[in-house]
Design a protein around this ligand. Structure first.
Ligand SMILES: Nc1ncnc2c1ncn2[C@@H]1O[C@H](COP(=O)(O)OP(=O)(O)OP(=O)(O)O)[C@@H](O)[C@H]1O
Length: 324
């Protein structure tokens, strides 16, 4: 059963459509990913779901509620990840949990959440003294305090080191396993591939594709990657004529080609024709990065982008129209 329904959502700023007819539904119990490059319109989309921005047109429904019109009731079904700026640096973990508990009529027991999220030892620690990973744990705890049916996590693991990121992935899976639907906004291909049941790839305000991670990879035209080191130089014109090759890269002495099984057959014949041997020949399935490139025409946003974002100024104008 769909718990979030977004239909033909549109939002423009300064005459530019930043969300341009986005539609998707999130099924109860899934981790649904919104994946896209910087500025693709991901946050604007989920903030419309959270009722923090007012759509220009289109409809959004969360458990049957209109996020803007029914905002008070929405907070009982939807938990949003805390923005760091919303907590005082001096507040302790315990104080934050107690304060948030008061916002809800039927809150979860914060002590149980603290146990689940491994924050027991940190109850008297001030927010400013928490590590990035601990802040994210607190952020998840605060999003879950109202016993929501859906949580929205926007770039939750940006800025975390790989270990803390993996720990956070496990927590997100545990949240889903406890019956809460997760709407996850991310830059990270690996994160999307590992966690999401389905992914909407957003490109320039539109849904470029919506499928399972495996479905996105297999529907991309470049579903296979072949790489090898030829024993003699290969003529570029001949490589360019390979059927269904989406990209051909030379990396030092290696050639890496994204294509299909037909491309692989053609590479093998080409090598045989010229009596060229291929050292360290590898044929593998394409990854979500390859599919992303194929679907959006731009390279997958990588960790470096995300780390850089951390230090970029937040979009403050959006908050002017926040409804809470
Ligand atoms: N309140 C606003 N006023 C003007 N422009 C805005 C506002 N909010 C967002 N934008 C612009 O809309 C576009 C989409 O922004 P959005 O934050 O939704 O993208 P995003 O996919 O979440 O990007 P990122 O990954 O960088 O956060 C961007 O070009 C952004 O600068």
């Amino acid at each position: 059963m769909a718990i979030v329904e977004v239909k033909d959502l549109r939002k423009a700023y300064g005459g530019r459509n930043v969300v341009d007819g986005v539609s998707f539904t999130v099924e109860e119990g899934e981790i649904f990913g919104i994946l896209g490059s910087n500025g693709a319109g991901k946050t604007t989309t989920v903030e419309c779901v959270e009722g923090l921005r007012v759509p220009d047109s289109g409809t959004v429904s969360v458990a049957g509620l209109d996020p803007v019109r029914d905002h008070d009731r929405l907070t009982t079904v939807l938990g949003a990840q805390l923005q760091q700026s919303e907590l005082q640096p001096k507040i302790t973990v315990r104080e934050a949990l107690e304060q948030y508990t008061k916002f809800y009529e039927h809150p979860a027991d914060w002590r149980a959440l603290v146990g689940r999220l491994g924050l027991e030892e940190k109850l008297t620690t001030r927010f400013a003294a928490l590590s990035g990973g601990q802040r994210q744990r607190l952020s998840i705890a605060l999003a879950l305090i109202g016993n929501p049916r859906v949580v929205v996590l926007d770039e939750l693991t940006t800025g975390l080191d790989p270990r803390a990121r993996r720990d956070t992935w496990q927590l997100i899976e545990e949240v889903r396993d406890s019956g809460v639907t997760v709407l996850l906004v991310t830059h990270f291909m690996e994160e999307a591939q590992r966690l999401c049941d389905r992914i909407a790839v957003i490109d320039q305000g539109r849904v470029a594709a919506l499928d399972t991670p495996a479905g996105l990879v297999s529907r991309s035209t470049a579903s296979t990657v072949i790489s090898f080191t030829p024993s003699q130089p290969l003529d570029q014109d001949e490589l360019d004529r390979l059927p269904q090759a989406v990209s051909i890269e030379r990396r030092a002495d290696r050639i890496v080609i994204n294509g299909t099984d037909e491309t692989v057959d053609a590479v093998v014949s080409l090598l045989a024709r010229h009596r060229i041997t291929a050292a360290r020949l590898r044929v593998s399935d394409a990854t979500l990065d390859d599919a992303f490139l194929d679907l959006t025409g731009s390279a997958a946003p990588d960790a470096a982008d995300a780390e850089a974002d951390e230090h970029a100024p937040a979009h403050t104008p959006a908050h002017e129209e926040r409804t809470r």
